[in-house]
Design a protein. Structure first.
Length: 260
């Protein structure tokens, strides 16, 4: 064992050995601590790496043991993938790929349940007819909500990569609105003819789009069609025993299942 080295990774301190850090010479860490790439120091003289400190725990443990050990409830695979890509430890990249395949197989049996609701809302807004001449107008708009539950966390992430909110002139993935790995609630409105763009922002009204394709979802029928496309491509099929046919036809409840 070589002399211990303390690292400051994104503000979190780790102590290890030089031999551990250089155990894979072709990696980013191997290059940094063999002198091929200059290292930075923090105010205490520790080697500083401007990366995620929490995730570095798993990377350092792999250097020590050659095993990728993750907790059963680990929910940051995307972040771990980006960090592993940065450090370029080839055996770790391969171990992560194997872990993702393992998790995907474990999620083959899955259930997807979507409950839909719709109401009409009146929005009052000001219309500029000429310089310094304004008139008050109002319009009815359809407001939609969808409560989505799936036993497959990976499917909800897939769904989040396809659906986007349009708000304040920008598109943002719904992935950031995941309440937890298994639940997602969406709230959006249909576009209203004649309603100025700034009024959507003023009233905190989001619209929903499918990307790629840039298709706006202005009805539950379109929403159901798009979700079914995504779900069926991921191996789901409609559960013929539930819900009741009238609920499905009225777009109130959608339930899909996936078997190995």
């Amino acid at each position: 064992m070589s002399e211990p080295i303390t690292l400051n990774v994104g503000g979190k301190l780790y102590t290890t050995s030089l031999s551990t850090l250089t155990s894979f010479p072709d990696s980013m860490l191997g290059a940094m601590f063999s002198g091929k790439i200059p290292t930075k120091k923090d105010s205490q003289g520790n080697c500083f790496i401007d990366r995620d400190g929490k995730i570095f725990r798993y990377i350092l443990n792999f250097l020590r043991t050659s095993y990728l050990d993750l907790p059963e409830d680990f929910q940051e695979m995307g972040l771990l993938r980006r960090e592993v890509d940065f450090y370029q430890i080839q055996p770790l990249i391969e171990a992560l790929q194997e872990k993702e395949v393992e998790l995907s197989k474990a999620e083959k049996n899955a259930m997807l349940n979507i409950t839909l609701d719709q109401k009409t809302q009146t929005v009052h807004f000001t219309v500029r007819e000429a310089p310094q001449i304004y008139s008050l107008s109002s319009s009815n708009m359809e407001v939609f909500s969808a409560r989505i539950f799936s036993t497959s966390c990976l499917f909800l992430k897939l769904l989040g990569s396809k659906l986007y909110y349009c708000f304040n002139g920008n598109l943002s993935s719904i992935s950031s609105y995941l309440q937890d790995p298994n639940h997602l609630t969406l709230n959006w409105v249909a576009s209203v003819k004649g309603l100025p763009e700034e009024e959507y922002t003023k009233h905190n009204l989001k619209r929903l789009w499918v990307v790629p394709g840039n298709k706006q979802i202005n009805s539950f029928q379109v929403f159901v069609e798009e979700v079914l496309k995504i779900a069926i491509s991921d191996g789901f099929c409609i559960d013929s025993s539930h819900p009741h046919n009238s609920d499905f036809m009225n777009n109130k409840i959608i339930r899909l299942i996936r078997y190995k």
